[in-house]
Design a protein around this ligand. Structure first.
Ligand SMILES: Cc1ncc(COP(=O)(O)O)c(C=O)c1O
Length: 435
């Protein structure tokens, strides 16, 4: 096997593909816990971006390196069955673990697929199918012009249907054909330096609810679902009040639309509970996940069973060759074991509180940023301009802290669930120094 030197990685990639990602090269063997190691310089970076919120338990976790588990993972990796139709004990063990430990009670339907966009796409398909049956639309012949009610600053992916609801950076969906589906304002909270809501969010919610009522009047019975990220990630770490989500629940019930939560970024313990919606106490009908669970997919409650021939009952309505990926499934099951054994949900909740407190204290002292917000691994703040924000993220990286931009003028941190109190303190020192 040829070995490409770390110094050559960017030039080799650049010859064959767009290679404008991070300037350092990830050394997978030397990276450890919350630390990424640059294969060229040996410099260590504290991982506060976790591969865009997708890597939960740090690098080279000892339980991932145990021999019995490595063997199991290798067996799955050496063979790649079409999980939708060809079943294995490994798959059944994963599904049992996920469905009984991660999925909350009351959600008996699951579907697995690779990637977040396709998770959301299939949630929409489940809702379209459900609504079409409810309206008595024929399987062929009749034009099905169902729509998805969604929100400004939403990010749901870059695949076919999801591009019609993604509206963050216009460059991401520009020029591609899209559906014109109803889009309403996003009444998000802003926070003062004590963590209290500082804007008139109730008034903003009232405006949005009026827009939603108007959309349901305009589209009559054609809105199949209300789709929302319970916290908008890419759009700027926008948090909503439980009161608002409860209103969405009410409208979805009254108007016979599915309520879909996209938890691709927030789910799988990112908030300190398996799902962010569990903190807010408003239960959706369908939840989309991917990123930290590695396996993408959706789970759904019994509302879908109002239609006998729903997509979870009738074969081939939603499907893909691999139906997820067995390696991802085996790995995800191990994550669940690690998270339980090391009580990582509690850890990340506490680390989130620690980071919030530290950032609010820096905000009070320096006025360098405001609107510190978040929960668990999902923490953000806002700067005066996008340029200042970009400079800050670059300065953090120089000081060995990897963070992400969020929306137009925010910084977001996406911590690994294993991060320690000392590492969070170290991050705060470097952040303060950079600012
Ligand atoms: C909320 C949300 N939905 C969907 C997606 C799309 O996931 P993927 O990039 O895996 O297709 C993302 C990705 O960032 C996301 O944050």
């Amino acid at each position: 096997m040829t070995q490409i030197d770390a110094k050559q990685v960017h030039s080799v990639l650049g010859r064959h593909q767009l290679a404008d990602g991070y300037s350092f090269v990830l050394d997978l063997e030397r990276s450890h816990g919350s630390w990424l190691v640059d294969g060229v310089t040996g410099k260590e970076y504290l991982d506060m971006f976790t591969c865009f919120a997708s890597w939960p338990i740090g690098y080279n976790h000892p339980m991932m390196r145990e021999e019995a588990f490595s063997k199991r993972l290798l067996t799955a990796a050496e063979n790649n069955p079409a999980n939708s139709d060809l079943y294995t004990g490994m798959m059944a063990e994963f599904v049992e673990a996920f469905a009984t430990k991660v999925t909350p009670e009351g959600y008996d339907h699951h579907f697995w697929v690779a990637g977040g966009s396709l998770a959301v796409e299939n949630a929409m398909k489940a809702a379209f199918d459900w609504k079409a049956h409810k309206l008595g639309l024929k399987e062929d012949g009749e034009e099905v012009d169902l729509v998805v009610l969604h929100f400004k600053q939403a990010f749901h992916g870059r695949s076919g249907y999801t591009m019609s609801v993604t509206n963050t950076d216009p460059n991401k969906v520009a020029l591609f054909p899209k559906f014109q589906w109803p889009r309403v304002s996003n009444p998000y909270c802003e926070f003062d330096n004590d963590g209290n809501i500082s804007n008139d969010v109730a008034a903003a919610e009232a405006v949005t609810m009026a827009e939603i009522d108007a959309a349901f009047e305009c589209y009559a019975d054609r809105i199949a679902c209300i789709l929302i990220e319970p916290m908008q990630g890419e759009g700027g770490d926008r948090h909503f009040r439980a009161e608002f989500l409860r209103e969405l629940r009410r409208v979805a019930d009254e108007r016979e639309a599915m309520l879909i939560f996209d938890e691709v970024q927030t789910g799988f313990y990112g908030s300190g509970k398996p799902w962010l919606w569990q903190h807010l106490g408003v239960a959706p009908d369908i939840v989309c996940f991917s990123k930290k669970s590695q396996v993408g997919g959706i789970y759904a409650n019994s509302r879908i069973d109002e239609v006998e021939d729903n997509v979870f009952a009738k074969s081939s309505r939603i499907n893909s060759t691999w139906g997820g990926n067995l390696v991802d499934m085996v790995r995800c099951q191990r994550f669940i074991e690690i998270i339980e054994q090391e009580q990582l949900a509690d850890n990340i909740h506490a680390r989130g509180e620690q980071l919030l407190k530290g950032l609010r204290s820096i905000a009070k002292d320096t006025n360098a940023f405001s609107d510190v917000r978040g929960i668990g691994s999902l923490i953000a703040f806002t700067m005066e301009t996008g340029e200042l924000r970009d400079k800050a993220v670059a300065a953090f990286q120089e000081r060995g802290v990897l963070a992400l931009t969020s929306g137009e003028d925010s910084v977001r941190f996406r911590m690994p669930l294993v991060i320690t109190a000392a590492e969070v303190d170290g991050a705060l020192e470097r952040i303060a120094d950079a600012l």
